[in-house]
Design a protein. Structure first.
Lengths: 138, 1007
């Protein structure tokens, strides 16, 4: 699997994690190229259906990044995201996906470095897991 | 009659002041001497400590200013006469002839192509390249209009040539142009004329002007810059080869008694030189050495920046070294730099390029300018100001901001600019004030039912993107995407010319969607949205792909992959754009009052500034009295920077308590501040108060030392205890040691607390003057008396106060109860000083817990160091990303009193741009219900944090959810929760997000 380059979708909330990603950019923190960010206003906007769609269409992993607990720009959106993702991970397992393919992390606006580390470690995890089990499935 | 405000100087400070006045609905004339606004910042490549691209962050402001309906920008103009008095000035402005009609010139450049008079040194590029007799000042010039140099134009000089007139299709050339005088009715004036750099030719020992490879920092900045003459490739001026070794020499023209040099510290050179060294290292393999006396990294996150330069980038820092001279090898043109190393030995090292870190001087013509305005200059030739009133000049109604008052960095200038705008505004806003009418945009084109026609702009961002991502490829790729009818690349998409091109293309190419692949929507989306509106397109039909922060900057060494990723991000952005719909925001009423949290000098100043414009303030103080950390001076005679602190604070408290518009809440704890911009609810024990905006001025405190047996050993006191003792005349001590950096610049508290050096020296000087027989030693890592406070350092040294530099790191000087011991890095040996008094210069502690409480209530971030984290370190220094919340004073970063007062004024002025309006227009990206699918289950109601959703009867016996768009904040939480797919978020609809997912995975959108 040395040459496996995973496709990862990262959902970032506008206020913390997207800003943290910008912070990583400003600080020129280098990281793997395997992820593509989709910006939503809040991590709670990420519908489980979005995650399922991404995985079913061939994403090797999905990561959702929100504000730290109690720091959500929309008061408690990240708590809702946390509950939804916890449930979703259980569902994914039942459908034969390793739940490690879905991750939720908190990155604040000032945590460019945490963004870098989070992405780097998630890419590593997905590389270890290998391509999506749907690969080759029609 | 309501008068206009006048801002003189179109650099970043002048631009910010103009924008804040204009956003407060005051009409502004911005007068700029040069042919383009932008000032010095425009010429910079990057800015410290974020390494933000200068053009990228400034261009939007330049465009915003030039396009603002309330701002008249008068470039190539000078103020020649000021008559009248505050509130009623008559100002005469001379407009210099451009010989090109501004209203007709499109900046196409045809005339320049035809002009035969070449090889004129280009002033903008410091002569590093040439221009013609007709020229546009530079690529990002605002306004982008040509002008003729009458001293070189053959037609004007000898009535020959005339080719440019023939070339101009718009008939914009006018050789008979004459200077013109206009008289303006002005209420108040802001001087933002900036600075000029020190003339490097004055220091003959460094050979500038004689040796080709000796360049000034400003020239080097142009050499580094993607839009500069060498497109960002640094080359030795002598032979065009890439340099292998570069030296930076600090304090050129600063901190020197030499004739022609300045005695003060120029405040910014340490940081800009380090920045230049870092950026150069990112682009090329090169060894770099910086020679300095003290490294002055006192600002927010500056210390960490210096550490990165030294440890990560391996830039060699030569501490305590002043370079004696530079000599040139005549054959190789290499430069020999002679300096004294850390061991005191003479060394000579060879370099390819020597960069002179030239200081900041008063602007050219400052003296004449001060006479025209009848304002005083200080002994250095800068605008004279008082520490207690830092934005006021000596003449009522005339204010100053930025480097015209003292050398200073960009964020300080910007915060001050806002402050000056607030102060100036108070002279214009009276009971008869008529606000400017809002801007009228062209009628928006109908897009409903019309197939998408997408226009794409791919930004090179100088080399920020183009240096890694193949921008041409991405633009070509864009043309292959479904729906795209036009695609282009541009050097700086956010510059005026491209913004105009976008507006024009919407009309001419009948675009109904616009996508820009550039930087982050967090900073640049508003600008591009306005360009869409200017072109008659609904602003929500715009989308961005962030190929800078998410591609070129974080995948610098993988150009192929970064380019592929850019294409993916663009494809995703276009896919979403195809499905975007026009949206309207809703009108939200604004509460015309402010909450200021914190009753120290900063909070009180901010409260008075808001009240001066006629708006009520709730000033919340947790303690029993106002005054904050400065209240301790009351009843003492302690003087800092010439200000009797006790009297000053008492006066300020009196002013606040007697102001009818300020309601002071003492012993008050903020229980919560729910709400949003324009409509917060300040909840205290005494009740609930509606406010439109919030200023956080909760300060910080002195670090409580555990070092040096403090609290047990009676000899050991803190600096603030020493201040009070001196102020009360009870100070005791003969053999005194100051220990700097206690609680700063170590592994736990990594930052520099900025004020302790100057504060300690103020204290030491007072003690020494009162008792000349006192033996005083200052143990320090660097002495950071930046700006005019350098005088303190000189005075202290001349009074016989000794300075011992101990080693940077965690270890403080030793102390055995009788003497202080340290290794003096300059003498290179251990030094022992007997003491009967040890004064600990304790750093500033951020009081993180207290900050966190408010941070959670208001949803604002805190930086690594524990201070509040502003929206943008450079250009939004007092704003938070959360609208309607602002920060000032020590809550933001340690700073001196004058800096606190100026920042407080800045925050007050920013608040004014919100609360002076009756209504705000909310974002259009709110939730909406598709009633066909909604069965009124109410799940959405339960998950809405803002009570924006209700379940109501639909009139047909059923229940439906109903969203109040004024209350909805557009998080989209309810959308993801809705089990029937009835809830949607405008601008982030399910189909739109799905389209992004599908496009990302390379599938056809909408499958």
């Amino acid at each position: 699997m040395a040459d496996f380059e995973p496709k990862i979708i990262a959902f970032c909330c506008n206020w913390c994690s997207y800003a943290g990603a910008d912070g990583a950019g400003v600080a020129r923190l280098q990281m793997p190229t395997n992820f593509r960010i989709i910006r939503t206003m809040c991590s709670a906007r990420v519908d489980p259906e979005h995650v399922l769609r991404a995985l079913s269409k061939g994403a090797d992993g999905v990561i959702i990044l929100g504000c730290h607990p109690a720091d959500c720009h929309y008061i408690g959106g990240n708590y809702r995201a946390r509950r939804r993702i916890a449930l979703l991970r259980m569902v994914l397992e039942q459908y034969g996906f390793d739940p490690k393919r879905l991750r939720l992390e908190w990155v604040s606006a000032s945590e460019g470095e945490k963004f870098q580390n989070t992405i780097t470690s998630f890419v590593k995890t997905i590389k270890e897991l290998g391509p999506t089990p749907l690969m080759g499935v029609e | 009659m309501t008068k206009s405000a006048l801002v003189i100087g179109g650099g970043i400070a002048g631009i910010q002041a103009s924008l804040d006045l204009a956003d407060r609905d005051i009409h502004v004339y911005l007068v700029e001497r040069d042919a383009s606004i932008g000032g010095k910042m425009c010429r910079l490549d990057k800015t410290f400590p974020t390494n933000d691209c200068s053009a990228c962050i400034l261009s939007p402001k330049m465009a915003d200013c030039n396009g603002h309906p309330n701002v008249d920008v008068l470039t190539y103009s000078e103020v020649v006469k000021v008559e009248g008095k505050a509130g009623d000035f008559k100002v005469t402005v001379k407009k210099k002839p451009r010989y090109v009609k501004m209203e007709d010139c499109t900046g196409c450049g045809e005339c320049i192509a035809k002009c035969p008079t070449k090889n004129i040194p280009d002033e903008y590029e410091f002569g590093l390249t040439t221009r013609k007799a007709i020229y546009i000042p530079h690529a990002q010039a605002v306004p982008r209009v040509a002008l003729i140099d009458p001293t070189r134009c053959k037609k004007i000089l000898n009535d020959k040539c005339g080719l440019c007139e023939k070339a101009c299709g718009k008939k914009a050339i006018n050789y008979a142009d004459k200077e013109e005088f206009v008289t303006l009715e002005i209420g108040s004036i802001i001087c933002a004329t900036g600075f000029q750099t020190w003339d490097a030719k004055l220091s003959t020992e460094y050979g500038y002007g004689r040796f080709k490879n000796v360049v000034t920092a400003m020239e080097f900045e142009r050499m580094m810059c993607a839009s500069g003459p060498s497109h960002g490739h640094i080359k030795c001026p002598s032979n065009g080869e890439a340099p292998k070794k570069i030296a930076f020499i600090q304090c050129c023209g600063s901190r020197s008694e030499k004739k022609g040099s300045q005695k003060y510290c120029s405040s910014v050179c340490c940081m800009y030189a380090t920045k230049q060294a870092i950026i150069t290292k990112e682009h090329a393999e090169v060894d770099e050495d910086i020679f300095f006396m003290d490294i002055r990294s006192y600002g927010k996150e500056f210390e960490a920046y210096i550490h990165r330069a030294e440890n990560e980038y391996k830039i060699k820092m030569h501490r305590s070294s002043r370079v004696a001279c530079v000599e040139e090898d005549q054959a190789t043109k290499k430069l020999k730099v002679s300096f004294t190393d850390a061991k005191g030995d003479q060394q000579v090292t060879e370099y390819d390029i020597v960069v002179l870190s030239i200081g900041l001087n008063p602007p050219t013509g400052a003296e004449e300018f001060s006479k025209i305005l009848s304002i005083d200059l200080n002994k250095y030739g800068f605008c004279d100001t008082k520490v207690s009133n830092p934005l006021a000049t000596s003449r009522e109604g005339i204010f100053v901001t930025g480097a015209f008052a003292a050398p200073k960095d960009i964020p300080t200038s910007v915060a001050e600019a806002s402050g000056a705008a607030g102060k100036a505004g108070a002279f214009i806003v009276d009971k008869n004030f008529v606000p400017c009418a809002p801007k009228v945009f062209p009628q928006e084109k109908v897009t409903d039912g019309v197939p998408p026609r997408v226009g794409v702009w791919v930004c090179s961002c100088g080399t920020n993107i183009g240096g890694t991502v193949k921008v041409d490829d991405v633009a070509e790729y864009a043309k292959t995407l479904p729906g795209v009818v036009y695609a282009a690349k541009s050097m700086y998409t956010c510059a005026q010319d491209t913004l105009e091109a976008i507006s024009l293309a919407i009309k001419e190419k009948d675009l109904n969607r616009v996508v820009v692949a550039a930087c982050t929507p967090r900073t640049h989306e508003p600008l591009f949205r306005t360009a869409c509106r200017d072109g008659g397109l609904n602003q929500y039909l715009f989308n961005m792909a962030n190929i800078r922060d998410q591609c070129s900057w974080i995948h610098m060494h993988e150009p192929e992959k970064a380019t592929a990723k850019s294409k993916d991000l663009l494809r995703m952005a276009v896919a979403k754009a195809m499905l975007l719909e026009p949206l309207e925001g809703s009108k939200i009423p604004v509460t015309g009052s402010v909450a200021v949290i914190g009753g120290g000098i900063t909070g009180m100043s901010a409260a008075l500034d808001v009240a001066a414009q006629g708006f009520p303030v709730h000033l919340v103080e947790k303690g029993a009295n106002l005054g904050g950390s400065s209240a301790k001076y009351i009843g003492t005679k302690y003087v800092i920077d010439g200000v009797n602190m006790g009297e000053f604070v008492s006066d300020l408290i009196k002013k606040v308590e007697s102001n009818k518009l300020i309601k002071v809440h003492k012993k008050a704890k903020v229980k919560d501040i729910p709400g949003f911009v324009g409509n917060f609810k300040l909840q205290l024990d005494s009740g609930e108060f509606p406010v439109g905006a919030v200023i956080l001025a909760i300060g910080a405190s002195e670090y409580k030392p555990t070092e040096y047996n403090y609290g047990k050993d009676a000899k050991v006191i803190t600096l603030s205890e020493a201040e009070l003792a001196v102020g009360k005349g009870s100070f005791k001590g003969k053999n005194i040691a100051y220990i700097q950096c206690v609680g700063s610049r170590n592994d736990k508290v990594k930052y520099c607390s900025r004020t302790c050096c100057a504060d300690a020296l103020t204290n030491a000087i007072a003690i020494k003057k009162a008792d000349p027989s006192a033996n005083i030693s200052v143990f320090h890592k660097d002495i950071r008396t930046y700006g005019f406070r350098e005088e303190l350092y000189k005075e202290a040294a001349s009074l016989g106060i000794r300075f011992l530099r101990y080693k940077d790191g965690n270890d403080l000087p030793g102390y055995d109860g009788n003497s202080v011991k340290a290794f003096d890095t300059i003498l290179g040996k251990d030094v022992e000083v007997p003491v009967d008094r040890v004064i600990l210069s304790c750093g500033t502690a951020p009081d993180r817990e207290e900050k966190e409480e408010l941070a959670k209530m208001l949803k604002v971030p805190i930086s690594k160091d524990g201070f509040y984290f502003e929206a943008h370190q450079k250009l939004r220094p007092v704003d938070f990303a959360t609208e309607g919340v602002f920060v000032a004073g020590l809550a933001h970063w340690p700073k001196f009193m004058d800096e606190c007062i100026a920042q407080a004024a800045g925050a007050a002025a920013r608040v004014m741009t919100i609360i002076s309006k009756n209504n705000l227009i909310s974002e259009g990206i709110v939730a909406s219900v598709n009633e066909n699918y909604c069965d009124g289950c109410g799940i959405c109601v339960g998950c809405c944090e803002y009570n924006a959703i209700e379940v109501v009867e639909d009139g047909a016996g059923g229940l439906k959810s109903n969203v109040n768009p004024g209350l909805c904040k557009g998080c989209g939480c309810c959308v993801a929760a809705c089990p029937s797919g009835a809830m949607e978020q405008k601008g982030f609809r399910n189909v739109q997000i799905q389209a992004e997912i599908d496009a990302c995975l390379d599938l056809k959108a909408g499958v």
